[in-house]
Design a protein. Structure first.
Length: 203
């Protein structure tokens, strides 16, 4: 417990301690035990590319969480200046229908230019012109909403940065569909990168 001696009425409790129980961090506050998942955000899965792969897939994205966050760290393609795309998955099957409505603004740092891109396609536009040079892969996050249920509408937001520029965008899937996974792909293969999936839910 932290005591504010100047204004005692503002005294606030602090965490008593953090421990690891069964692989999950546990926070203790004033005798109460709470897992990090109960606090809102949980790391669900990590996939690290050690040998070249064509795509990365995450499954089991159900209604347990209100929101899912995909995090990229140094995701590099085998083909230089390749974009990165994401598609929804239903029970292992990738949805490539032209129902993805998206818009991104791409800011190119080298030329200080901004271009607006968008349309309807069979994918989510996730990152622009990623270099295949070691250490120059894509970084950033995509947020997914309303997974694991037919309704409501599936929305996403994108914030990524790569050698080809910074992407800020959003979109939605036009139609009622139940998605419980995502697949990340590029031109050729991924040669490096760490991909993390988080779940976020109301406490």
């Amino acid at each position: 417990m932290f005591t504010n001696k100047i204004a005692p009425e503002l005294t606030q409790p602090l965490w008593d301690g953090v421990a690891v129980n069964g692989g999950r961090a546990v926070i203790t506050q004033d005798g109460k035990t709470l897992t990090l998942a109960q606090q809102g955000m949980a790391l669900l899965s990590v996939q690290t590319v050690t040998t070249a792969v064509a795509a990365i897939t995450f499954n089991n994205m159900d209604t347990t969480y209100d929101e899912y966050i995909l995090e990229f760290n140094n995701a590099s393609p085998s083909v230089n200046n390749s974009n990165i795309y994401v598609q929804y998955v239903t029970n292992g099957s990738v949805n490539s229908s032209a129902n993805y409505n998206w818009h991104v603004d791409i800011s190119v740092m080298a030329t200080s230019t901004v271009s607006s891109n968008g349309g309807t396609s069979g994918y989510i536009y996730a990152a622009a012109a990623t270099s295949n040079t070691a250490g120059w892969g894509t970084q950033g996050r995509i947020h997914f909403y309303n997974m694991g249920a037919t309704n409501p509408v599936k929305y996403w937001t994108v914030f990524t940065v790569a050698s080809g520029g910074q992407c800020i965008g959003s979109g939605y899937f036009n139609g009622s569909a139940l998605f419980n996974g995502i697949q990340i792909s590029t031109t050729g293969n991924f040669t490096s990168g760490t991909f993390r999936l988080y779940g976020v839910r109301s406490v």
